[in-house]
Write a protein that binds this ligand. Structure first.
Ligand SMILES: Cc1ncc(COP(=O)(O)O)c(C=O)c1O
Length: 449
């Protein structure tokens, strides 16, 4: 047998080692890439709009760095899956959006209520509204004057456990007490979805839901609710029925600079405001009514007395603190104190509407309302409205927009609940940054109906 030369043997040994090393590295690479591909595929499979590419670098670095590579990668993927499976609930208008601002204020908005304080039922026996805490009333008037959104001179302030309680107090106070039949309560559709249920749930003999003000033609007295800017569609409104026998309740929950240009101070007979939507402190359950007529203010106060023997004084003190912080921030705007509350909240809403319009305008599946800009006396410039809710319409042949979005794990409130077509839904823009971002991601991933 011919002898194989040493040099040949040497190089073939090297070749073998080299080829083995190459194979091992190839197998490792395939395993690694396979795992990453698997991560991406399985995360994509869950039907999310969430961009896994932007996160692949995070996954990659974790894979390389960590010894327990796959468990970390799996946990990242689990996070992504959890995100994509998460139900985004934007049905309620839960106003958590301003939390960041209030965190930034630190101790400045703390209040201390000592054990012996606010014990009495009474707050100010000289006032028609005897449970109204004077510090709270003072801050309400101060803020309206500063913002210029409501006339407070010649008005009685009635405080309520949220403007929801004041709504019922207003219906009680305005209804004729000896009429043969309940007075009709109407509002132009789309109307705030709670009005019909709140009006009818106790089956009052004094008032009843009379439906859409657009088609209300009955003679005689009636109560008309005017929400401006309107919940759900964000439009500025005036009376629809517009007849002399109408008793008007203006619900101005959203007449604040972050949502709409403040064009004039509201000068109505009965106007409702709520802490919930201006500052986001919905949990304090504080609202207030500005009432022109003394007898109406007395009757509203009586309703609250019979309903809850007043309104939490602790909550009124907290509301006073929060409102005073808003006013202070406006007055100190040009000092070193940083952004005012309205600058912060206006900027935030501007950003959200811009991002939302970009996503919606990218396709033809959905449409949004258009608003006319107007001069805002508060910001001293022409501005566009940027409502607290998105009134979204499903275009094309989807008849039930709410069910369609629910399939994509976005919970909204159907147009039906606002007295109009199911082609519309209301979506809250007052939720956390995280929910809003996920909502945009998911909306932009919907490519067909
Ligand atoms: C138009 C309107 N009015 C009143 C309310 C209730 O406010 P509150 O939390 O003060 O009861 C809301 C809440 O969403 C609302 O949108």
């Amino acid at each position: 047998m011919a002898k194989i030369p040493n040099t040949v043997l040497f190089s073939s040994k090297h070749l073998l080692v080299l080829s083995l090393a190459l194979n091992v590295s190839l197998i490792l690479r395939m395993l690694y890439e396979g795992e990453e591909r698997h991560n991406n595929i399985s995360c994509h499979k869950n039907g999310t709009d969430f961009d896994t590419k932007t996160h692949s670098s995070i996954i990659k670095s974790r894979l390389v760095m960590a010894s327990s590579t796959s468990s970390l990668a799996n946990s990242t993927c689990t996070d992504l899956k959890a995100r994509s499976n998460r139900i985004i609930n934007l049905d309620h208008g839960n106003p958590t959006v301003y939390e960041k601002f209030w965190r930034q204020t630190g101790d400045k908005t703390n209040i201390i209520i000592r054990g012996w304080q606010s014990m009495s039922y009474f707050a100010d026996v000289s006032n028609i509204c005897w449970f109204l805490v004077p510090e709270f009333a003072k801050e309400v008037m101060r803020l309206h004057r500063l913002v210029g959104n409501a006339v407070t001179e010649g008005r009685y302030i009635v405080v309520g456990t949220g403007s929801s309680q004041l709504f019922l107090a207003a219906l009680y106070a305005l209804s004729p007490s000896h009429a043969n039949e309940p007075i009709n309560v109407v509002c132009a559709a789309p109307y705030y979805s709670s009005y019909p249920t709140m009006t009818d749930y106790l089956k009052s003999g004094l008032y009843k839901w009379g439906g859409d003000a657009n088609s209300y033609e009955k003679d005689g007295p009636y109560i008309e609710l005017i929400t401006s800017p309107n919940n759900p569609d964000g439009h500025v409104r005036t009376s629809m029925v517009n007849r002399s026998q109408g008793l008007l309740v203006h619900d101005l929950a959203y007449y604040w600079p972050q949502y709409t240009p403040i064009s004039f101070p509201a000068d109505n007979d009965l106007t409702l405001f709520t802490l919930s939507k201006i500052t986001g402190h919905a949990g304090s359950r504080i609202g207030w009514a500005l009432v022109k007529d003394k007898e109406v203010a007395k009757k509203m106060t009586k309703f609250i007395e019979l309903n809850s023997i007043g309104v939490s004084k602790d909550s009124q003190l907290r509301a006073a603190k929060v409102l005073s912080a808003v006013s202070d921030s406006c007055e100190q705007e040009n000092s070193q104190e940083g952004e005012s509350f309205f600058e912060f909240s206006h900027k935030l809403m501007t950003k959200r509407w811009k991002q939302l319009r970009e996503v919606v305008n990218r396709g033809e599946l959905f449409s949004l309302p258009q608003f006319s800009p107007a001069f805002c006396n508060f910001f001293n410039q022409v501005l566009e409205p940027q409502p607290a809710f998105v009134w979204l319409k499903c275009e094309g042949n989807v008849e039930d927009c709410g069910s369609f979005l629910r399939e994509h794990k976005i919970l909204t409130r159907s147009g039906k609940q606002f007295g109009v077509s199911t082609k519309y839904v209301r979506i809250s823009l007052l939720d956390t940054d995280e929910s809003f971002t996920q909502f945009l991601d998911r909306l932009s991933s919907i490519k067909s109906m």
